[in-house]
Design a protein around this ligand. Structure first.
Ligand code: FUC
Length: 803
């Protein structure tokens, strides 16, 4: 590589730029020792495509890194690969199972798996790309003032310590605009930075390593499927000496001696392409090397400034205050001290955890790459739990629950690209497995368009997955009001999912209703016809499709769906002990504390049940949840936060948040199933938003489930459906002020108990614009705690309680 004079100038700028760390920010995870354990302690950074885990070792630093597309399995896999879809139609076998269920009312899971299941072949695993290993010149001197942190306000991790009278600082960030990870090492005295840098790469791939002009490049192909991989780390120094190979040392390493500062720019890529059926694009070499060159040329001012600016555009939109003030406790201590009755410790952790979920979503889901998988983008194993794949009987969906409500709608781009890419293989699955038109998938999917079946008896059959994922498209439309998205992206996917169910539903001879069969409630009980969750998901899809069909010029199809909806078993039944039935026959075991409570889909993320509209089912849902208890795995508790928020029980939602923090959260605040599974982080963040604002029924409901523990506080920037952004300030458990920003012209309904008191409601737009004109009062109609007003695009409306 030839370094141009321009690049050299830029390199100089790279060092000039790193500003001092922000002091005392409360939105920081911090620790007093290096991480020993990847899963529990290392700290995550990421830009969607790339992720890294920072250990912060003093003598040896390991930057374990990932790139989302590096997967074994799929086309070209040594094991063979068929997308999980049988060559010969399985439709007759599915029909036989449905008939056996009709006859016996149930079938046991192993029996159904024997008849319909398929061995997983060539499914693959998400892979670790490797580690960038930095070995520092050893010093016998003790280290003091050690601090390892992750600043959520800037998305910058850092490590600082003092050794032999020198203060060292390392900073790490993953830039989305520049597509690279940056590590910068500095000291408060010149000539103190000495280290060797190399890659450590798993041995399940071919590897060629070179080091030239300070750039280490490692490339090759996965042995399993031939997927090409390449990573590059450019070492840049100010002062001192940099060598591509030290005397007597192995090739492929870069050595730095006595530098004043050093920067490493790390990039990685593969020749994966999100395109069925071959999933292969171009050799990653060219694009990767150019990306690293360009990052070098940016200079640090640009790299850091562009990174922080990009990140803050998303992160800063939401600010939560629930009475937390900075504490002196490191984050692992904060977690350990949670529930010791110190209010500030509890509030500090809760607020941090909420924002951490938003941080993690930004770090693991940006346009241009794959969606967040079971571990977001972070994985250090060749065989991670559940392949670190995309489970679609709750997990992938939960990852995206906070996206719209916590004002990160942009993070859904990779989700929709991914689902779009599943439609074509999903059509084959629909046809070959069920004999239906449209598209669907089942329990799980990978990056290779897997839309077929596996053979895990208690989970493998989940044909509702396509319908469930379609909900995300519709919700994106409901939140943003983006008509183009609705027509071009949402509608084709929703329609295809509905076509599948129009074909696949059967008439239940017991009552003539349309039902899903075979149907299975995750992940327990028998196979039967019309498990509640199956029915509720189809109900949700059909309701959404019928609602929006006329708007996209598909009234006839909408009518067809509406007719089916009228005959559809709703999946809502109150059983013998007052519970919401999980199955059509009353089989519910009152003593079961199973982690899944999927039959409450209708409560959340569905909108079929609500305390105001369907109080009897809402009460039954409460009874079911009481019986299931407040335990469960990480994601299970996170889901329960949302359930209780929808039941308008803030204290119980808050209790579940506490359960999650106490028993399902690791010291680095990763959610644990166990093991680490990121869905719980996202589900809990969504749950907190759901406690403070809801809008699923066409009205903006302010503080629907405020817990007593958050008596006073404020939230800025939550999103409500209808392209509305809301700020709320409250005290003594009641709202004082609500600011509503309308993204488009239309009617907004507000539900808040401010209306029960004396209040002022005004259009603040003219005020904000500096007009001398007194704010115009806007006419409110309605009564009780629900009022409606006509909003104008760009309008800012302020409702204030007179105290
Ligand atoms: C679902 C859950 C499991 C686990 C797996 C990845 O099948 O039921 O508990 O979370 O996904």
């Amino acid at each position: 590589m030839i370094v141009s004079p321009r690049a050299l100038l830029a390199i100089a700028a790279l060092f000039a730029a790193f500003a001092l760390r922000a002091e005392g920010s409360p939105l920081t995870l911090w620790y007093e020792a290096p991480a020993a354990d990847w899963e529990r302690e290392a700290l995550p950074i990421g830009n969607g495509a790339l992720g890294a885990m920072i250990y912060g070792g003093v003598a040896v630093e390991r930057v374990q890194f990932n790139e989302k597309t590096l997967w074994t399995g799929g086309p070209g896999s040594k094991e063979g690969y068929d997308f999980g879809v049988p060559r010969h139609s399985l439709a007759a076998a599915v029909n036989d199972v449905a008939q056996a269920i009709e006859k016996n009312s149930r079938l046991e899971p192993p029996e159904v798996a024997r008849r319909l299941g398929r061995k997983m072949v060539g499914y693959g695993h998400y892979q670790s790309f490797g580690e960038l290993v930095l070995t520092f010149a050893s010093s016998p001197d003790a280290v003091s003032n050690y601090r390892r942190e992750l600043d959520l306000n800037r998305a910058v991790a850092s490590v600082s310590y003092k050794q032999a009278g020198v203060s060292y600082l390392r900073e790490y960030f993953a830039s989305y605009p520049d597509g690279v990870i940056v590590v910068r090492m500095s000291a408060d005295q010149p000539g103190r930075i000495s280290f060797g840098a190399k890659f450590a790469v798993p041995d399940n791939r071919t590897i060629t390593t070179t080091a030239q002009a300070g750039r280490i490049t490692v490339s090759g192909a996965l042995r399993d499927n031939g997927l090409q991989h390449e990573a590059a780390a450019q070492v840049i120094v100010r002062g001192g000496v940099r060598k591509d190979r030290a005397d007597g040392q192995a090739d492929g390493q870069v050595y730095v001696a006595n530098a004043d500062e050093a920067v490493i720019i790390l990039g990685a890529g593969t020749n994966y392409l999100q395109r069925y059926p071959d999933y292969r694009g171009v050799d990653p070499h060219q694009a990767l090397q150019v990306r690293v060159d360009r990052a070098m040329e940016q200079g640090a001012q640009q790299l850091l400034v562009r990174h922080v600016a990009d990140y803050r555009t998303l992160f800063d939109r939401v600010v939560l205050e629930i009475g937390q003030t900075p504490t002196t406790l490191p984050t692992d201590q904060l977690l350990a001290h949670y529930s010791k009755g110190v209010a500030n410790v509890e509030r500090a952790l809760e607020a941090l955890y909420f924002q951490y979920g938003r941080y993690l979503l930004i770090a693991s889901s940006r346009a241009g790459s794959l969606p967040a998988n079971l571990q977001g983008v972070w994985n250090n194993s060749a065989t991670p739990p559940w392949n670190a794949d995309y489970h679609v009987n709750i997990n992938l969906q939960m990852n995206y629950w906070p996206a719209e409500s916590t004002h990160l709608a942009e993070t859904t781009a990779p989700l929709f690209d991914f689902i779009d890419s599943l439609v074509e293989p999903g059509r084959r699955s629909a046809r070959q497995i069920v004999g239906a038109s449209g598209w669907t998938l089942f329990l799980n999917t990978n990056v290779w368009g897997f839309t077929g079946l596996i053979d895990w008896p208690t989970a493998f059959w989940q044909p509702e997955a396509g319908a469930w994922l379609s909900q995300h498209y519709y919700e994106h439309y409901r939140y943003t009001g983006d008509e183009r998205f609705l027509r071009q992206r949402a509608w084709p996917v929703m329609k295809g999912a509905a076509q599948f169910w129009l074909d696949a539903l059967r008439t239940d001879p017991r009552d003539g209703r349309l039902v899903v069969s075979p149907s299975y409630s995750p992940e327990h009980g028998p196979f039967s016809a019309a498990a509640a969750m199956s029915q509720q998901i189809v109900f949700d899809l059909f309701t959404n499709v019928a609602e929006v069909a006329p708007q996209v010029g598909e009234a006839a199809f909408g009518q067809q769906v509406r007719d089916a909806l009228a005959k559809l078993d709703s999946g809502l039944r109150v059983g013998s002990w007052g519970q919401l039935q999980e199955w059509k026959t009353d089989l519910d075991d009152r003593s079961s504390d199973h982690r899944h409570a999927s039959h409450l889909f209708a409560l959340y993320p569905g909108r079929q049940i609500s305390p105001q509209r369907t109080p009897q089912f809402s009460q039954a849902a409460r009874t079911s949840l009481d019986a299931r208890g407040d335990g469960g795995t990480g994601w299970s508790k996170a889901w329960k936060i949302n359930f209780w928020a929808r039941l308008l029980d803030g204290d119980r939602a808050h209790k579940l948040l506490g359960e999650q923090l106490r028993a399902s959260t690791l010291p680095n605040l990763f959610d644990t199933h166990p093991p680490f599974q990121i869905d719980g982080n996202f589900g809990a963040t969504a749950g907190v938003a759901e406690m403070l604002l809801q809008s699923q029924h066409g009205e903006v409901h302010v503080l629907p489930a405020l817990p007593r523990a958050w008596a006073s506080g404020s939230i800025k920037g939550l999103r409500a459906r209808g392209d509305v952004t809301v700020d709320i300030r409250w005290s003594s458990g009641a709202a004082d002020e609500v600011v509503v920003r309308a993204g488009r012209t239309g009617v907004i309904s507000l539900r808040t108990d401010i209306f029960a008191h004396e209040y002022v409601f005004s259009d603040a737009a003219s005020e904000a614009a500096g007009s001398k004109q007194v704010a115009q009062d806007v006419v409110l109609t309605g009564s009780g705690d629900l009022r409606t007003f006509p909003a104008k695009q760009g309008g800012v409306y302020v409702l204030r309680r007179k105290r």
